[in-house]
Design a protein around this ligand. Structure first.
Ligand code: NAG
Ligand code: NAG
Ligand code: NAG
Ligand code: NAG
Ligand code: CU
Length: 355
């Protein structure tokens, strides 16, 4: 009796120790989730702390092992590189949203643990910046309290061969904290990973943003009955006539207009945090079922499973040298906090289904 009780006790102790090991493997993830807020609701002080931490990642040396990748110089580049390397593995696939959820959480952790940022990753609720005529005056693009605005107009943007309808920029960003830095971006264009110093470019299309980022498109997205159709509405098709909220943000802001190198623009992470918030909003409409609802192809655009199967909860996610590998199942719950997955954050508000 005595013995079995002490065995029980040590089991409890072991479980406690194991839990704290898990939690300390993710040092910034305390028991209480951090709360992600919309950019424009942050105080001036918190906005500048965030941008200071981004600039810190841009200066810290990379962790990725050198291997024909001379463009990977900073900690910031580590993640851009990972995105380039996996471009054709995690877009238009079943793990697109899970992969980017983890990717943004790892970025958030880097800002906090390596650059002293105290807050949560902010998100960008672009529905607030529609219709089209409001787009360019979004607080996210503010030159003082935001990320700066559009690039200067260039005819026939070579970095954006797709000719996004309604494009108005394409050149180097002209104001804000990332302007006037000729070597802010080290990687790209496209899959190139050899050192190639470039300015940060943007190419706003207010028309495109107005068309795909208004509340009507968000509502259409939230109304999807199952994960497979939800993800396809988020990602749309690779056509400007059939985009979704994902493409709406990328081509509305024209983040280098480049599927590979798009995380080179720090706004990427605010856009993807909001996409994650759309997913979490959708999950919360039926949380029990949607914490495990995952499907969609392992191989890009293989929606009829001709070349392979569907992604499952066991499917692996890697973001390279910046964090441990996880599975899709590990990131289904944003507030798992070491008990139900590796993430530990919340959103201050979610979208609800209207009407
Ligand atoms: C590195 O790049 C060079 C030039 O592109 C190429 O010839 C070489 O095979 C590459 N080496 C490796 C190990 O990939
Ligand atoms: C949403 O509204 C925009 C702007 O009026 C329009 O261009 C777009 O087609 C609408 N989308 C849907 C799904 O109704
Ligand atoms: C793969 O997922 C899609 C939805 O994303 C679903 O329609 C299809 O039936 C699934 N295929 C298999 C083999 O389960
Ligand atoms: C993580 O996954 C990647 C891609 O599957 C693999 O190359 C790498 O070795 C894995 N890393 C660890 C530490 O298991
Ligand atoms: Cu991506």
């Amino acid at each position: 009796m005595q013995i079995s009780r002490s065995i029980q006790t040590s089991w409890v102790l072991a479980a406690l120790v194991w839990t704290s090991v898990l939690v300390s493997a993710h040092p910034s993830q305390q028991q209480a989730p951090t709360v992600r807020k919309e950019w424009r609701t942050l105080s001036k002080h918190d906005k500048s702390s965030y941008i200071r931490a981004v600039k810190c990642l841009l200066r810290k040396p990379a962790l990725t092992p050198a291997f024909n990748n001379s463009g990977v110089i900073s900690r910031y580049d580590d993640l851009v590189y990972t995105h380039i390397q996996q471009t054709f593995e995690m877009h238009y696939t079943g793990h697109f949203l899970a992969w980017h959820r983890y990717y943004v959480a790892v970025y958030e952790r880097m800002l906090r643990d390596e650059c002293g940022y105290k807050g949560a990753q902010p998100y960008w609720d672009w529905t607030l910046d529609t219709p089209a005529d409001k787009w360019a005056s979004s607080p996210v693009f503010d030159p003082i309290t935001g990320f700066g605005g559009n690039g200067g107009f260039v005819e026939g943007d070579t970095s954006n061969p797709f000719e996004v309808p309604g494009r108005t920029g394409g050149g180097c960003v002209r104001d804000g904290p990332f302007a006037g830095i000729p070597d802010l971006v080290h990687l790209g264009p496209m899959a190139s990973v050899t050192y190639n110093p470039q300015c940060l470019k943007r190419d706003f299309s207010p028309y495109f943003a107005g068309r795909y980022l208004a509340m009507n498109q968000t509502q259409l997205t939230l109304a999807a009955p199952d994960f497979g159709s939800f993800d396809r509405i988020v990602e749309g098709s690779p056509s400007f006539e059939a985009s979704g909220v994902h493409g709406g943000g990328h081509y509305g802001a024209g983040q280098i207009g480049d599927l590979y190198v798009s995380p080179a623009d720090p706004i990427f992470y605010l856009h993807h945090a909001n996409l994650d918030r759309v997913w979490w909003s959708w999950q919360k409409l039926n949380l029990d079922a949607r914490l495990t609802d995952i499907s969609g192809p392992i191989l890009m655009m293989d929606y009829d499973n001709v070349k392979g199967g569907n992604v499952t909860l066991e499917f692996p996610i890697s973001v390279g040298a910046s964090a441990a590998n996880v599975t899709v199942g590990d990131v289904m719950n944003i507030a798992g906090c070491g008990k139900n997955g590796v993430l530990c954050y919340e959103y201050d508000s979610v979208y609800t289904l209207q009407g």
